[in-house]
Each structure stands twice: as structure tokens, then as C-alpha cells.
Design a protein around this ligand. Structure first.
Ligand code: E4P
Length: 216
């Protein structure tokens, strides 16, 4: 499973890209707005840092406008994956842009049938939103399980991008269920590496070493 950052903050992306395990980035209109920077140079800069798939989302709502906007986004950099909402117009735009060879990330997926439709429309990946399902007291992980099984049984190659991840356990579970990608905020990415027993163990090793090797 590839690990992506879900952010438009270039400083966060630079920091985690330096770890050597970051495969891509997802953004959305809220994240771009929160960054306070214009979309195009931000996406370009993220692509240059990550050198992997970077999702940039349309803000149009009709198929014709989404197609035109999707082409403009794809022209920013070859790493751009155009993100479209899972609506009827989004499906139409997905089919048209996929036929042109543009990679599409279908977002705001909340059911297996939506994922099936997106795959049939040629989507490169679908983004089921785990956390937002958990937020309404349903089980977000059940959706990943269903989509993973459906895609396997139906031999569909569209990737599953587990999105709206809230904590490290989501990452483990999504990986075990066969999600191809998990995208998460920088805070969750940082939490993946942290364990109190690692910190305590390292402290003890270094203290023991220092005792046995006193500085002269
Ligand atoms: C995914 O591509 C979305 O940008 C994101 O994961 C949404 O997460 P949220 O529900 O925390 O806003």
C-alpha cells in the first residue's frame, strides 16, 4: 500500500518526503483554500517535491466544465491526477478524461456501487472516505472491505485510495484489507513512526552505552 499525504502545506510535504517513504499527495479545495496559496503554483511545487501522483480537484459541477478544468489541471504537471466528485456529471467527465489518458481520482465515495460506477467510467482510483463514515457512527472500514472484494471478484484494476483517515489504526486496517493507497494528514503520518517503547528502549540503550564507555 502506498502512503500519501493529504495536505496542501508544502512545508509538511517537504519534511515527510525526506523520509523516503512518501509516494504521493492528495489535495482538495478545502486544503488548497486553507494553505492560502493559489492552486496552480502550489500543485506544481508539490509535484516537483513528490515526483509521484498528486491529486488536484476540480471545482466545476457540470461535466463540460469539469472536462475543461480537468484538462487545465492535468496540464500543470505530468504527475497530476485529476480529482472529480462522484456525481453523474463527475462520471461523465471521468469517462471523457480517462479516454484521453488523464488519470482520475473519483472522490467522495461512500458506497460500493459508487466505486463500481467509477471503475466502469475508467477511474485510476476511487477515494472512499473512512473517517466521515465513522463520524456518523457507521463503520468506514466496512466500505473498504466491500470495495476491495468487489474489485477483486469483478477483476477491476481501479485502485482503492483510503481517504479521510483520522488515526494510525485506520492505516493498518486499510492496508490489511488490501487498499492500494492510504492518504492521511501529516499528524497521522508522524504518528505512524512513533511508539513510546521505541523511545524508552533507545534511551536505555544509549544510557547503557554511555555508562560502559565514559568520555575521558
Ligand atoms: C481525500 O482525498 C480527502 O482530501 C480527504 O482525505 C478528506 O479527509 P477529511 O474527511 O478529513 O476532510
Amino acid at each position: 500500500m502506498d502512503l500519501y499525504l493529504d495536505t496542501a502545506e508544502v512545508s509538511e510535504i517537504r519534511e515527510i518526503a525526506a523520509w523516503g517513504v512518501l509516494a504521493g499527495v492528495t489535495t482538495n479545495p478545502s486544503l488548497i483554500a486553507r494553505s492560502g496559496r493559489p492552486l496552480e503554483p502550489t500543485i506544481k511545487e508539490i509535484c516537483q517535491i513528490v515526483q509521484g501522483p498528486v491529486s488536484a480537484e476540480v471545482v466545476s459541477t457540470t461535466a463540460a466544465e469539469m472536462i475543461a478544468e480537468g484538462r487545465r489541471l492535468a496540464a500543470i504537471d505530468p504527475h497530476v491526477v485529476v480529482k472529480l466528485p462522484t456525481t453523474v456529471d463527475g462520471l461523465k467527465a471521468c469517462k471523457a478524461l480517462s479516454d484521453e489518458g488523464i488519470r482520475i481520482n473519483m472522490t467522495l465515495v461512500f458506497s460500493a456501487n459508487q466505486a463500481l460506477l467509477c471503475a466502469k467510467a475508467g477511474a485510476w482510483c476511487v477515494s472512499p472516505f473512512l473517517g466521515r463514515i465513522d463520524d456518523i457512527s457507521w463503520e468506514g472500514m466496512d466500505l473498504i472491505r466491500e470495495i476491495a472484494e468487489l474489485f477483486q471478484v469483478q477483476n477491476l484494476s481501479t485502485r482503492i485510495l483510503a481517504a479521510s483517515i483520522r488515526h494510525p489504526r485506520h492505516v493498518t486496517q486499510a492496508a490489511m484489507l488490501g487498499a492500494d493507497i492510504a492518504t492521511m494528514p501529516a499528524k497521522v503520518f508522524q504518528q505512524l513512526v512513533k511508539h513510546p517503547l521505541t523511545d524508552l528502549g533507545l534511551k536505555a540503550f544509549l544510557e547503557d552505552w554511555a555508562k560502559a564507555n565514559p568520555k575521558v
